[in-house]
Write a protein that binds this ligand. Structure first.
Ligand SMILES: Nc1ncnc2c1ncn2[C@@H]1O[C@H](COP(=O)(O)OP(=O)(O)OP(=O)(O)O)[C@@H](O)[C@H]1O
Ligand SMILES: [Mg+2]
Length: 359
């Protein structure tokens, strides 16, 4: 657990951080967000003592950080930043191994650890170990930055806009990947961002700062439902309903679907079809082929003529998708009811627009 009590950082007349109280449970992922200059980076850097607080107390597991030796802090706290800060003259392997080398691990152990981390972050060690930072894309460099922060298996990670410099698509995929890594590693994380969507997607709790102080510290859904004041409301933005949808999963709203195999034929389809309902047509293995309406069945001479086809890889919705993405797929394909499929495209249920609107 990390706790900040009455922490202040003053630069001349500037109060970069003003009497901040914040406490983070072990294994919790908190996101600090707020306008530029509100004191996010300063707060983070006081926790690993890159900056000394002017006053107040910071404790890790009940012990004042000033009593930790610097090596001990470095081992316990990983740090990743936006500009990545990789050493340009060192290979990826050497960059990731910086802290273990400082901690005097032997070479074989460092090599093993580097390989393990590259694999964890989906970078093939045989391709990436010997590259130099200039030979990496922005997203790859960010991954290496995260691997380096994880190198000595710290229990705490401080991340200062680690995905800030990336295009939205790379950024989203890194966010997803990092959440997967976190589910496995269960670090205590303080993550700084400018981006409210990133904060909502990543944080179990969000700390909203302004002018060096903490305005609200709560779970994403609580912030959306009960913003502390007008500033928070404006910060969240106008589309808070959509943001709330992004926090909900498809799974609980999916219901059983009416389905028929294409091989069962037209007469069986006419029997099963109900007015207003969607009858999904699948192949033998249950993979979605499309759907039929009562009207198309009346006119058709064989079942295949009646099918409006639908590619489950593009238009299928998975149980773990969030409702905002599901809604956007449904709007894109003009669905009132969408097929819910597993990874292989096999139909497992359906999701209706009205169910989303009720949520
Ligand atoms: N070394 C310094 N000397 C003087 N003032 C500083 C110093 N570092 C930060 N500040 C000031 O402290 C305040 C908080 O800075 P900080 O870097 O923590 O902001 P931030 O929330 O991380 O902003 P950003 O979103 O732009 O990264 C700012 O007003 C900044 O100008
Ligand atoms: Mg900053």
């Amino acid at each position: 657990m990390i706790s900040l009590t009455g922490v202040t950082k003053r630069y001349g007349n500037t109060l970069a951080v003003n009497n901040l109280d914040l406490s983070i449970e072990s294994g919790e992922f908190i996101v600090i967000i707020g306008p530029s200059g509100c004191g996010k980076s300063t707060t983070l850097r006081m926790v690993n003592r890159l900056i000394e607080a002017t006053s107040g107390k910071i404790e890790i597991d009940g012990e004042d950080i000033s009593s930790y030796r610097p090596e001990e802090l470095r081992r316990r706290i990983g740090y990743a930043i936006q500009s990545v800060g990789l050493f340009p003259h060192m290979t990826v392997e050497k960059n990731i191994g910086v802290v273990p080398a400082l901690l005097k691990w032997d070479e074989a152990r460092i090599k093993r650890r580097v390989e393990e981390l590259l694999e964890l972050l989906s970078l093939d060690p045989s391709i990436y170990s010997d590259k130099y930072p200039a030979q990496l894309s922005g997203g790859e460099a960010q991954r290496v930055g995260v691997a380096r922060a994880l190198a000595a298996d710290p229990s705490i990670l401080l991340m200062d806009e680690p995905f800030g410099a990336l295009d939205p698509i790379t950024r989203e995929s890194l966010q997803r990947e990092f959440l997967r890594v976190q589910r496995e590693l269960k670090k205590t994380i303080i993550f700084v961002t400018h981006d409210i969507d990133e904060a909502m997607a990543m944080g179990s709790k969000i700390a909203i700062m302004r002018d060096g102080g903490l305005i609200q510290f709560a779970a994403p859904e609580d912030i959306l439902e009960n913003p502390a004041d007008r500033f928070v409301r404006e910060f969240i933005g106008a589309d808070s309903a959509l943001k709330r949808l992004a926090l909900l999963k498809v799974g609980p709203l999916a219901v059983a679907a009416r389905t028929i195999k294409e091989s069962e034929g037209l007469v069986a389809a006419r029997d099963k079809s109900t007015p207003g309902g969607t009858l999904w047509v699948t192949g033998e293995s249950g993979i979605v082929k499309g759907w039929v309406s009562p009207k198309s069945l009346t006119k058709a001479e064989k079942l295949s003529d009646a099918i409006t086809s639908c590619d489950p890889r593009a238009a299928g919705i998975e149980k773990d998708d969030n409702l905002r993405d599901a809604l956007s797929t449904m709007v894109k394909y003009g669905f009132k009811t969408a097929p819910v499929v597993d990874k292989g495209g096999v139909l497992i249920g359906e999701l209706s627009l009205s169910a989303i609107l009720e949520a």
